[in-house]
Design a protein around this ligand. Structure first.
Ligand code: ZN
Length: 178
């Protein structure tokens, strides 16, 4: 049986054909035309290819296999985990998710990179503060020595007390953050 479909008609039917939405009779007519017409076949293959890509993208968005409820829990607890605020059981759970789920692992790496940047910025500030402390103390000592005779003993005591307090606070900061 010879079908009468023209190239134009086949082109119009191609997307339906590619999605298998034609009647069995029409499907057969289109299939026969494609077999004997390289230019329509070419169009069909291009359309099929595009359709497959579109379906892939759709599937990726709709059902990313890693965007699970577990992953949502992971995200909710991530910063607490990084700050060591979780109990052992919870942090083991987070670790396991990070090992098995690439999305989670990526998030963890990102947050650690961010923390590192934050930490190095903090280190820099701390060093600046340290320099200022030493400079102040040296200045005060010099000042003390030069004006020794004129300085009121109470002021001297206050300065000594201030220096001790400064050292104590600096020590405390060291103790807390190192
Ligand atoms: Zn044709």
């Amino acid at each position: 049986m010879q079908n009468q479909l023209t190239c134009e008609q086949v082109t119009a039917l191609l997307s339906f054909y590619a999605e298998d939405k034609l009647s069995s009779k029409l499907t057969e007519y289109v299939r026969q035309h494609l077999e004997s017409c390289p230019s329509c076949m070419e169009k069909y293959l291009q359309m099929k290819n595009m359709l497959n890509k579109f379906i892939d993208i759709q599937n990726e968005e709709i059902e990313n296999p890693y965007a699970t409820k577990q992953y949502e829990d992971f995200k909710a607890n991530l910063s607490a985990y990084v700050d060591n605020e979780l109990n052992n059981f919870e942090s083991i759970k987070i670790k396991k998710i990070a090992i098995s789920n690439p999305l989670a692992r990526q998030d963890l790496e990102n947050i650690y990179t961010f923390k590192k940047l934050l930490h190095s910025a903090f280190e820099k500030t701390k060093n600046d503060v340290k320099t200022d402390y030493s400079r102040n103390i040296i200045f005060q000592l010099k000042h003390d020595t030069i004006d020794d005779k004129k300085v009121d003993p109470f002021v001297k005591l206050s300065v000594a007390f201030f220096i001790m307090l400064t050292l104590l606070v600096a020590g405390l900061i060291r103790f807390l953050y190192f």
